[in-house]
Design a protein around this ligand. Structure first.
Ligand code: CTP
Ligand code: MG
Length: 242
């Protein structure tokens, strides 16, 4: 089945604190969004990529994909304006899927911020979809002890519970879905807009709210999310080692 990817790159990168939007920040000379697109294209299982970017950087981002292709490959790229939230950006990307991979039945959603996610990880997610899963996330074991907390009126917080760490996974991207399921999840999310209780930070979370099963495949260290300057340093060290 054909597979298209939405590559989210429309965030501002507040926590990174760079003059450029995060996805345009270079890592060893290459912008994060280009590295991330390359990881998708190099997998050989992605037929097209829709990149979402800040509206005031459309031309700049288009310039990173000469001829509307992922550099060094034949994989088509369409660059569209993202939205005010990551969820809105993914929705904008979904609306443009047919421009890069008409009729694609599988969709990956990937963060430019996870720019070193490798082709092997991409193939693992798509293979799970091809095997019949309708929603797939890469996950890695959690090293920290994680507590659920409750905010107190005085501004402090208290621990409510300590989930069994062995049953926890930190999830990464690319996350993979059958297209009809992901589109349904986003439509349902748009209908719930403004409902604080259902605030979710990833696409699999929207699918879970539909009561659908989400499968986990092994993630990888390289798929770390670059959020702070320290993460950028870590990514540079990972590159040096590879
Ligand atoms: N993203 C997006 N549209 C938004 C917000 C985020 O496409 N309105 C993308 C980012 O570009 C990034 C991914 O979603 O690739 C994950 O978001 P995050 O790591 O939070 O990036 P930023 O929002 O850019 O960073 P910050 O929260 O520090 O401002
Ligand atoms: Mg953000």
């Amino acid at each position: 089945m054909r597979c298209a990817a939405v590559l989210t790159a429309a965030g501002s990168g507040t926590r990174l604190g760079h003059a450029l939007p995060k996805a345009l920040v270079p890592l060893a000379g290459t912008p994060l969004v280009v590295r991330a697109a390359h990881g998708l294209a190099a997998s050989g299982v992605v037929d097209g990529v829709v990149v979402t970017c800040p509206g005031d950087h459309l031309d700049q981002v288009r310039g990173l994909f000469p001829g509307g292709r992922v550099p060094g490959t034949e994989v088509p790229v369409e660059v569209v304006t993202g939205g005010p939230t990551r969820q809105a950006s993914v929705a904008a990307g979904l609306a443009a899927l047919d421009d890069v991979a008409p009729g694609a039945g599988l969709v990956l959603v990937h963060d430019a911020a996870r720019c070193l996610a490798g082709p092997g990880l991409v193939r693992r997610v798509v293979a799970a979809l091809e095997d019949g899963s309708r929603a797939v996330v890469p996950g890695v074991p959690v090293a920290d002890t994680v507590k659920r907390v409750l905010a107190l009126p005085d501004g402090g917080e208290v621990v409510v519970e300590t989930p069994d760490r062995a049953a926890l996974r930190a999830v990464q991207t690319p996350q993979g879905f059958t297209r009809d399921l992901l589109e349904r999840a986003h439509r349902a999310a748009a209908d719930r807009a403004g409902d604080e209780r259902t605030a979710v930070s990833d696409d699999a979370g929207l699918v879970e709210l539909l009561g659908e099963q989400v499968h986990v495949v092994p993630g990888e260290d390289a798929a770390l999310k670059i959020t702070t300057p320290a993460d950028l340093d870590r990514a540079e060290r990972l590159l040096d080692r590879s």
